[in-house]
Ligand binder design. Structure first.
Ligand SMILES: [Zn+2]
Length: 294
């Protein structure tokens, strides 16, 4: 759904349900739609990304409707978009592509299967980190801005060339807003989206928010921990973004191996508390005082 001001200005896009079962994003977008968010200048586009997957939602198997053929959030590299391959999600990505290619600012709403404190995730571009910091600097919103170097398995929406081009202008940011299917996750998504719309022009023109009422925490992913065996288990049911103070703390066991934190103040990012063999179990992140520049 597109809301046009009729005047030149930033092209602002909010996406939800890129993963079909994350319907908190659908609720948040519906709340926004009802308020008809016509901007003073520019354009706002709200996108429900994977309704075909959601159509198959079944309460008894809620994870089965994350996607239909493949993960829509791994397809955004030109090598996939321009390929001859066909899938339900590739078709949808190609449909949405014109809206993404013209976006100056993108907010992509997500939720998690396991408990995690909300956080922003940005690709390794300073302009996107600035966007997330602008969102995170309002009291009551998530304070952690995490930069990573991509996800194994393919490019996410926030890594589309529009946002990755060196010297480009498109800014993108992903919000992990909390647990799937929890009402408060919708509230977090809505608050962040409203902040995003309110500060869009400031961020677009200056890279900073006008109103800042809380400090932001920056972190960078340093390690992906994959379950090497079927016996992988965490020593505690860690909540996402937990900070482990001491290096060398055992956080999980994998067969005969103990998985330890490699440095002090190590953040555990969105742990998957029951990873299958070969799956990503947790990502480790280090606090940093400066942006990862590029
Ligand atoms: Zn998701």
């Amino acid at each position: 759904m597109v809301f046009e001001s009729g005047r030149n200005g930033p092209d602002v896009v909010i996406t939800g349900m890129v993963h079909g079962n994350e319907y908190a994003g659908g609720h948040a977008l519906e709340r926004l739609r009802r308020t008809a968010p016509v901007p003073a200048i520019g354009r706002v586009t709200l996108i429900l990304a994977n309704l075909k997957a959601f159509d198959r939602f079944d309460r008894s198997a809620p994870m089965a409707s994350r996607y239909k053929d493949e993960d829509l959030n791994r397809l955004w590299h030109p090598s996939r978009l321009n390929s001859e391959e066909q899938s339900n999600e590739l078709e949808r990505a190609r449909e949405l592509r014109p809206f993404i290619e013209r976006a100056d600012l993108l907010l992509d709403l997500h939720s998690t299967l396991w408990p995690s404190n909300p956080l922003f995730i940005v690709p390794p571009r300073r302009r996107s980190s600035d966007l997330a910091c602008a969102l995170a600097s309002e009291a009551g919103l998530p304070t952690l801005v995490l930069t990573d170097l991509g996800h194994h398995g393919g490019s996410r929406l926030i890594e589309h060339a529009r946002f990755m081009a060196v010297g480009g202008t498109g800014r993108s940011c992903l919000l992990e807003a909390g647990l799937h299917w929890e009402p408060q996750t919708v509230d977090v998504m809505e608050k962040v989206s409203r902040r995003f719309l309110a500060e869009a022009l400031n961020v677009h023109l200056q890279g900073v928010a006008q109103d800042k009422t809380q400090p932001v925490r920056l972190a960078v992913v340093t390690d992906n921990v994959t379950a090497k065996s079927a016996e992988f288990s965490f020593v505690e049911p860690w909540v996402g973004n937990t900070c482990i103070p001491r290096a060398g703390t055992v956080i999980a066991r994998d067969g005969h191996d103990a998985i330890c934190t490699p440095y002090d103040d190590c953040l555990l990012i969105v742990p998957n508390l029951r990873p299958k063999q070969g799956q990503l179990a947790v990502r480790l992140a280090r606090r940093t005082a400066v942006h990862l520049n590029s």
